[in-house]
Design a protein. Structure first.
Length: 329
């Protein structure tokens, strides 16, 4: 089997959308600034900006926003050869409000949306042959058809030898009100080798139960490593054999919109650069020096993303990442 380093590509499947960030003029008038985004698209951009090989797979609308998203991906070096376009639905929109500490809240306009229309038949025959990592999020599981497509992608990627990564990125407002997302989320969790959660998502999965049981359930399937982030607080991690915490970086945050996606991009880029595939993932997390290197890159990328507005625009360069890693020693 080829290694992650030999394969090289980080493929990100799911939604790309337009964020409209609220700003206020001195007279209190509100306006919205257009920004390209969408969690898996953000990760693809993050990997590409760091110098990695990144591909975005998904459905974009044949509208002005779909054109803008494709152009924004291309200009940042993301492979869009497996992007599909449709006139059957518009681009999803998200309106973003920022608190004084940079924390964000969203109002979504989706469905209908083009990204939900990607079908299994839209994948090319050898979609994952050169893929080191397939990364997905749960926003491409909010309706039965797109959930089935996402799960099929995860299965096909794993069969092709790719490491399958999942950032839950749970947005309850995107799910139908009468639908409990939990069973679908657990299907995806069981199929992923690397799982990244926020502290809020970890609490959602645990509900009134025992957090240790949540971790054991995640690690009972394909999952080899679990990472839980909590803003500026230390990250927590688990494998079947070990567990611990990892530090973060102190920065002046102005916008946390893409912090989690930048963290994932930093981690995935580092994994591929070091040739760590699904079969070596647990060992990498259990080796102190390797894990420290991986999680420092992840934490640094996430921290840097909070110092700039936007999503695509907030992804740190390799030079900025290296500077923070060196100066924070």
């Amino acid at each position: 089997m080829r290694t992650a380093g030999a394969r090289g590509v980080v493929a990100c499947f799911g939604e790309a959308l337009i964020d409209f960030r609220a700003e206020h003029a001195d007279d209190g008038t509100r306006r919205f600034v257009e920004q390209p985004g969408g969690a898996p698209a953000n990760v693809a951009v993050g990997v590409a900006v760091l110098g990695g090989r990144a591909r975005f797979i998904g459905m974009l609308a044949q509208d002005m926003f779909g054109d803008a998203l494709q152009a924004a991906l291309v200009v940042r070096g993301v492979d869009v050869s497996q992007v599909r376009r449709t006139a059957d639905a518009p681009t999803a929109l998200a309106f973003v409000a920022l608190a004084e500490d940079g924390e964000r809240s969203f109002s979504f306009y989706r469905p209908p949306a083009a990204d939900l229309l990607f079908q299994s038949s839209d994948f090319v025959e050898n979609a994952f042959d050169d893929v080191a990592v397939l990364h997905v999020c749960s926003n491409s599981m909010t309706a039965p058809a797109i959930a089935a497509t996402t799960l099929e992608a995860m299965t096909r990627a794993a069969q092709a030898g790719a490491l399958v990564s999942l950032d839950l990125n749970l947005r309850p407002a995107l799910w139908p009100r009468a639908v409990d997302p939990t069973p679908t989320l657990w299907q995806a969790l069981a199929a992923a080798q690397l799982v990244k959660l926020s502290a809020e998502e970890f609490a959602f999965l645990t509900a009134d139960g025992d957090p240790a049981d949540t971790v054991r359930r995640m690690l009972a399937g394909a999952t080899q490593a679990v990472l839980v982030t909590d803003g500026a607080a230390p990250m927590r991690w688990w494998t079947r054999g070990r567990a611990g915490t990892a530090g973060t970086f102190e920065v002046e945050a102005i916008d946390t919109t893409a912090a989690g996606d930048a963290c994932v991009a930093g981690l995935l880029h580092c994994l591929v650069a070091r040739g760590i595939d699904g079969g070596r993932l647990a060992a990498a997390f259990e080796d102190d020096a390797t894990r420290e290197d991986l999680l420092r890159h992840a934490a640094a990328a996430g921290a840097l993303a909070t110092t700039r507005h936007g999503a695509f625009e907030a992804m740190p360069t390799a030079a900025a990442l290296a500077t923070l890693l060196e100066t924070a020693r």
